[in-house]
Write a protein that binds this ligand. Structure first.
Ligand code: NAD
Ligand code: A1AUG
Length: 570
């Protein structure tokens, strides 16, 4: 039978859940014209997705062509500011009267973009559009869905690399290297590696068949739509929060962060360009952001449980209070340098950033010298100079005020169990600038050893070197979070003990390495306890949350009787 299927790029769908402060973006969809129900699409080959490797990183060293191109992209983007970001619903750009601005965090009087918030009507329209697009999207052969994401990755890393990096540097206050890690490499890695993981999942099939039967497993998309909320701190995360469910055949509604809106909009545009005859829309809840917001939204979902047709999949990667723990055999200088990188790169605004350290007293002098000297050298954070600055400003006033509050409590003596060893100055006259700060706590449960600050502040507690196991247990129970941890030791027994004692204290555990810098395809990312559902972004485990497998058994030969041989009389 010949089935005439016409594919055309149609209007995009998208929306948000929280109407008051969000902008919706989405991805174009495939319309199957004139056919009421979607027929099976023939796939005349068992295709293999191309082998993927991690996106090679450029250095942006002085004199390189990449540095020049990025400088040009930054200059051009700055010259055309401010941009306008609409809601995009069913392909239609909607300009509401309700707008907010995205300032440059390091120069907050300047505006990168003004964006339009969605009303409830717009959200309803987006949900209806997403659901209407779903049958065609999930019927698209996997190879074509995969091709869209592989193409998007190539567009990103070639045609749009410097534009998306510039938007990330300006809007989210990243320097060139941090933008390369995030907006170019990690985003492309997510999109490429996920096609490989998905292909592996689809190939997992029952290996046993009873006589005259054939068993199969179908990895269906979820029924309904998925909603994705993305955080400000990684442009890549937004692209994965929507990309992973979409790749598995779901439709999705994306609400990006207000403080990462412009780079998210560019990511949306790239996906749209890649989806020339397809559309991903989305379906469940795929969240990355703070623990508090995730719990609040989970509760909202729970309150509505009786309204849902299925149990929604809830996947959330949230906050952290990540530690570096040193054993007395550790290389103190190496550990201190790794701490500086982990705690202060991107202004301490990686969810994996080290923010508490346990140092044995035999290493304290050596560790302290490096830890204090390096932030002093790195403290030129007054304004963003894109390349030579190690650090820049924190994301917004709310974050600035929160961190300043903690530091003021310490410097004013309100928190007598802590003192500032270096840094501590806060200045928001031009940008939201906080000096890289090292706090020394005399109480292992001091506030800054427990709470997530999400800024360039690290607190150190010095413990008696011969009480390693006791303090491992204390570190394990100090914070509600369990995202990342770096254990530093040369003694193998100490590594074994530390790894066992901290088994549940982190979803990403590093031995003699810093707590940040997970790479897709190498260290799948996510934590437990209050840090999230640990569904490991950038891995097959995450993709499995977006499918609802159907087991199929087919019998080839009719039966002729109801009874079994055991039912027969002797
Ligand atoms: N574990 C991880 O993989 C990971 C990765 C990145 C960031 N994070 C965490 O994210 C946080 C920083 O990002 P953020 O400041 O963008 O987080 P956030 O929780 O403030 O925001 C996340 C998303 O939720 C939305 N949001 C915020 N408040 C809301 C509310 N009351 N109702 C509905 N939506 C709301 C935001 O607009 C944004 O889109 C940190 O806690 C960090 O540890 C975790
Ligand atoms: N992939 C990042 C974490 C992302 C969260 O912000 C890292 O491991 O540094």
């Amino acid at each position: 039978m010949r089935l005439p299927i016409v594919l055309r790029t149609a209007r995009a769908t998208s929306s948000i859940l929280r109407c008051s402060v969000a902008t919706a973006t989405a991805i174009p969809r495939v319309a199957v014209r004139g056919i009421a129900s979607i027929p099976a699409v023939p796939q005349l080959g068992s295709f293999q997705v191309p082998e993927v490797i991690n996106e090679p990183m450029h250095s942006y060293a002085p004199g390189t062509i990449e540095r020049k191109k990025l400088q040009e992209a930054l200059a051009e983007m700055r010259a055309k500011m401010p941009y306008e970001v609409p809601c995009v619903v069913n392909g239609e750009k909607i300009y509401t009267k309700d707008t907010l601005r995205q300032p440059l965090p390091f120069e907050h009087k300047s505006t990168l973009a003004n964006f339009h918030n969605a009303s409830k009507d717009i959200i309803d329209k987006a949900i209806a559009g997403a659901l209407a697009a779903k049958p065609a999207w999930e019927a698209m052969p996997f190879n074509d869905r995969a091709a869209i994401f592989l193409k998007a990755a190539d567009l990103l890393t070639n045609k749009y690399r410097y534009q998306v990096m510039a938007a990330t540097m300006l809007g989210q206050s990243k320097n060139a290297w941090q933008a390369e890690i995030d907006a170019a490499a990690e985003l492309a890695d997510f999109w490429r590696f996920n096609t490989q993981f998905a292909s592996d999942i689809y190939s997992q099939q029952p290996t046993r068949n009873a006589p005259l039967t054939w068993n199969r497993m179908e990895y269906r998309a979820l029924e309904g739509f998925v909603v994705a909320y993305s955080p400000f701190n990684f442009t890549a995360i937004g692209g994965n929060l929507v990309g992973a469910p979409a790749l598995m055949g779901n439709v999705c509604i994306w609400k990006p962060s207000n403080t990462g809106i412009y780079s998210s909009y560019l990511v949306y545009e790239i996906l749209k360009e890649a989806a020339t005859f397809g559309h991903p829309e989305f379906a469940g809840f795929h969240f990355t952001g703070s623990t508090q917001v995730f719990k609040h939204l989970w509760q909202k979902i729970g309150n509505n449980i009786n309204k849902y047709k299925s149990y929604p999949r809830i996947v959330g990667e949230t906050g952290g209070k990540n530690m570096h723990f040193l054993h007395k055999s550790a290389d103190a200088k190496h550990a201190a340098l790794q701490t500086v990188r982990s705690a202060f790169e991107y202004n301490g605004q990686k969810c994996s950033a080290c923010s508490r350290v346990y140092v044995p007293d035999n290493l304290w002098d050596e560790y302290r010298t490096t830890l204090i000297e390096r932030p002093r050298k790195s403290s030129r954070v007054q304004s963003m100079v894109y390349f030579t600055n190690f650090m820049s400003s924190v994301i917004n006033k709310q974050s600035f005020d929160k961190i300043k509050g903690y530091l003021s409590d310490i410097s004013s003596g309100k928190t007598p169990n802590s003192k500032i060893l270096v840094g501590g100055k806060c200045d928001d006259s031009v940008g939201y600038t906080i000096e890289p700060t090292v706090v020394l706590a005399t109480d292992p449960k001091a506030k800054t050893m427990v709470d997530e600050l999400f800024g360039p502040v690290v607190t150190v507690y010095v413990y008696p070197a011969d009480k390693y196991e006791e303090y491992l247990a204390l570190a394990d129970s100090t914070s509600d979070y369990a995202l990342t941890c770096g254990l530093f030791a040369q003694d193998r027994n100490a590594i074994v003990i530390g790894s066992n004692k901290l088994r549940n204290a982190a979803g990403n555990f590093y031995i003699n390495d810093k707590s940040t810098g997970a790479v897709v395809g190498q260290q799948a990312f996510g934590g437990g306890r209050a840090s999230g559902t640990n569904d490991k972004a950038g891995s097959a485990l995450n993709l499995l949350r977006w499918v609802s497998p159907r087991t199929i058994k087919e019998t080839f030969v009719p039966i002729s009787s109801v009874t079994y041989p055991s039912n027969l009389k002797d």
